[in-house]
Design a protein around this ligand. Structure first.
Ligand code: PAF
Length: 284
């Protein structure tokens, strides 16, 4: 078994990756905020299959949290994460301190990126500044790692669309690989936040994907507007869940879909207790 490297210094990371590029090796990259679950490991396994060398970053990025207590409560366990990554064949874990990634000035002044409207809907409406922080950190990480391919889960559908735009506007030339959502046997989409749910809440939260799967059976009989209203009232009728939004959106523009003739996804954000969960389903 290859021994995985654990790197915290930007200079060391640069040096290792330069030597790989000199040998014309392909590099797969999976950016994460740690608290790894099966969903992350599936991305890493795919990277390991498709590249000579796989880098995983574990960095809880402060600039993408618009809620301080969410940042503080974010689960962190690098030792466990590193053990899991070693088992799936990851070559290198990059786990920098905040000071290695940001100057104090960057932490206090919001970074801005032109999203062409992609950030004005869904997550962007409820988490102002979130995607600026995501682009800020992912652009830094792409610059450092210069991967051949980077792997992202489709659960964060809006994030994926935004990363694609960033990669194209900034001419980064990375192949962005979208990977399907991994679900628990109950249907609940895997997320690091699930760790914060009690076992009773986990059961309640499995209602989210059940409602999403059922709503698909109404396509194309009901209009997108009718399906949206149905999902809203079903989720709100489940005790323990509080809907933040459900939108049926065009998969490219992320704007509200008017008909099933366009390719669409249903994107949802729901609170179960104080844990905010998101999920996505393909509709048409
Ligand atoms: O999806 C995540 O975990 C984060 O948004 C990412 C892409 C690692 C950036 O911090």
């Amino acid at each position: 078994m290859v021994i995985m490297q654990l790197v915290t210094s930007v200079d060391e990371l640069r040096e290792i990756l330069q030597s790989l590029r000199d040998k014309q090796l392909t590099v797969g990259f999976v950016p994460t905020m740690g608290a790894l679950h099966e969903g992350h490991l599936t991305l890493v396994q795919r990277s390991v299959r498709e590249n000579d060398f796989s880098v995983v970053s574990v960095f809880v990025n402060p600039t993408q949290f618009n809620n301080k207590s969410d940042l503080e409560k974010y689960p962190r366990n690098l030792t466990r994460d590193a053990e899991l990554l070693q088992k799936v064949g990851c070559s290198l874990v990059f786990a920098p301190e905040v000071a290695a990634m940001y100057t104090p000035d960057e932490l206090s002044n919001p970074f801005e990126f032109d999203f062409a409207g992609l950030d004005q809907v869904m997550e962007g409406r409820f988490r102002p500044g979130h995607f600026n922080g995501v682009v800020q950190v992912v652009s830094k990480l792409f610059n450092l790692v210069q991967p051949t391919r980077a792997y992202f889960g489709e659960k964060d559908f809006q994030q994926l669309a935004i990363i694609r735009r960033m990669n194209s506007v900034l001419k980064m030339g990375v192949e962005i690989v979208a990977c399907p959502i991994v679900r628990e046997p109950s249907g609940l989409a895997m997320s690091s936040r699930n760790e914060r749910l009690t076992s009773q809440q986990r059961e309640i939260a499995s209602g989210i994907s059940k409602v999403l799967f059922e709503c698909r059976t109404f396509v194309p009989g009901k209009s997108p507007f009718e399906v949206k209203s149905w999902v809203e009232s079903r989720i709100n009728s489940i005790e323990g869940l509080r809907l933040e939004y459900f939108e049926i959106a065009n998969i490219t523009t992320l704007q509200t879909a008017e008909s099933w003739d366009e390719p669409t996804v249903g994107c949802i954000a729901v609170f179960c207790g104080d844990v905010r969960l998101i999920d996505v389903i393909q509709c048409s």
